[in-house]
Design a protein around this ligand. Structure first.
Ligand SMILES: [Zn+2]
Length: 199
């Protein structure tokens, strides 16, 4: 499905598509991560590939996307990085019933030849997809915790998620990791929505 798919370069910090010679709109935003790695925008063929996983072969689709992401990660992060899936992610609606970010992270870690560790834990229960964008932005900052024995101090972290929308979830995850003493946080997602970012 993704044969011949080629991504345009995204903004290093927010992952949005960048118009040549123009500064990205996120310019003033101080994100707690050092860059966003993504396969492309959330639009065909990438969105179709993500959605098709829901109805057809979960495992095959996730394996394919995860491996693609892993190959991309490998070229743009320090070799001693650790992949950490974002717990209970935004686009749960696309992959109901399985822990798809963990699956993505697992396949990405194989392709990138970097270890994967489920270091983060989500505190509260409501699924992200059931909330509006504004409700997501109000998500409590203490909603994520480090798992016991997370062993992330001094490490370079690559956060794995499927679709990046408001960035609030990865902001909370990044800050939680930074408080736990990680050296750096990078973010790797399958797709970035083109929805304008609001502060
Ligand atoms: Zn940007």
């Amino acid at each position: 499905m993704l044969a011949g798919f080629e991504q345009t370069d995204g903004c290093y910090w927010c992952g949005k598509e960048v118009v040549t010679y123009e500064k990205c709109a996120c310019n003033e935003r101080h994100a707690p991560w050092s860059r966003v790695i993504r396969l492309g925008n959330y639009e065909p063929p990438l969105s179709e590939c993500i959605l098709s996983g829901k109805y057809a072969a979960w495992d095959v689709g996730l394996e394919y996307l995860g491996a693609m992401l892993g190959h991309q990660i490998r070229g743009c992060v320090p070799p001693n990085s650790i992949l950490v899936p974002v717990p209970m992610p935004l686009s749960r609606r696309f992959f109901r019933g399985i822990n798809h970010t963990k699956e993505l992270a697992l396949h990405a870690s194989r392709a990138a030849r970097m270890p994967m560790r489920c270091s983060l834990w989500r505190r509260e229960g409501a699924p992200q997809a059931s909330k509006t964008a504004s409700a997501r932005l109000k998500m409590k900052h203490n909603s994520m915790l480090m798992r016991p024995l997370a062993r992330v101090r001094g490490k370079n972290i690559v956060l794995i998620d499927d679709v990046l929308t408001t960035g609030k979830t990865i902001e909370i995850a990044s800050n939680t990791l930074r408080r736990a003493g990680v050296v750096s946080v990078r973010v790797a997602v399958v797709a970035v929505t083109k929805m304008p970012k609001k502060r």
